[in-house]
Design a protein around this ligand. Structure first.
Ligand SMILES: [Zn+2]
Length: 270
């Protein structure tokens, strides 16, 4: 599933091909994604020059005069830049054709993604409740302390709550807590201020590193068979239950928190 770093990599990969260019047409082969693609979306986009390609949480915002197309990759979505008219395969649901002779193609086998419209000066309801970006200054030790104060929720569940901070997906929550030496099951309100400060640093580091590694896959966004966007970084705990801790050699344990696989080192994480 594309998480924040993959979405940011996708955004950075497609932006140079879109910004400053005019939308010639929008081709919708399958309007039934997680929500139906709005019937007026083609009208909103066609003939308009793309002003920017931004990201908020896991949403990519393609802005034109009058508003922005809101793109979410869901569980299995990906975007590529291809020559306009490239033959479409089964799961190639949408093409945003530009006047440059290129197009942005959205492929989404499971159709949990979304393509919606946000009028200018309005905030789409899906974006309205999102917490701060984890890599922004707004997400800092003081902020996280306020979020955690008195809370009995497991710290891992809390940092994955997008109303408090966006984009800390399961992989990155597992890894950041390992790096910070915090037991993922610990009640958020019982993690010391000093350790929360460390956790903020670790969350930023883990995400920044993943985005940096994604940068090396950017060329995959252009061309035929590139498998864009999903990259493996070195993981210390996620997916490693039963294996040895890279730091102390103990056997890593797995529990389920909020229905998500949670792997931790019983001796390094307290
Ligand atoms: Zn360990």
């Amino acid at each position: 599933m594309p998480e924040l770093p993959e979405v940011e990599t996708s955004r950075a990969g497609i932006a140079p091909h879109l910004v400053g260019h005019r939308v010639a047409r929008l081709v919708i082969r399958q309007p039934q994604l997680r929500w139906p693609i709005p019937a007026n979306l083609a009208l909103c986009l066609e003939g308009k020059v793309i002003r920017s390609v931004a990201r908020r949480g896991k949403y990519i915002l393609i802005s034109v005069e009058g508003g922005a197309a809101l793109l979410h990759l869901g569980m299995s979505g990906s975007v590529r830049i291809l020559p306009a008219g490239a033959p479409a395969a089964k799961h190639d649901h949408v093409d945003l054709v530009l006047d440059t002779g290129s197009m942005l193609r959205l492929t989404d086998p499971r159709r949990f993604g979304a393509l919606l419209w946000q009028p200018e000066n309005e905030l789409h309801s899906l974006l309205a409740s999102l917490g701060p970006e984890p890599l922004s200054d707004e997400f800092n030790a003081e902020y996280l302390q306020t979020c955690c104060k008195g809370r009995k929720t497991a710290i891992k569940t809390l940092i994955m709550n997008s109303q408090l901070v966006v984009g800390v997906g399961n992989i990155y929550a597992n890894e950041a807590l390992f790096q910070a030496g915090i037991d993922p099951r610990r009640a958020a309100g019982r993690v010391s201020a000093q350790r929360l400060e460390q956790l903020v640093i670790c969350i930023k580091q883990v995400l920044a590193r993943a985005i940096e590694q994604g940068g090396t896959t950017l060329r995959d966004f252009v061309g035929g068979d590139g498998k864009p966007g999903y990259f493996k970084q070195e993981l210390h705990v996620y997916g490693r239950a039963g294996e040895l801790c890279h730091s102390c050699g103990s056997i890593l344990k797995e529990v389920r928190l909020g229905q998500r696989s949670t792997v931790y080192c019983p001796s390094c994480q307290r």
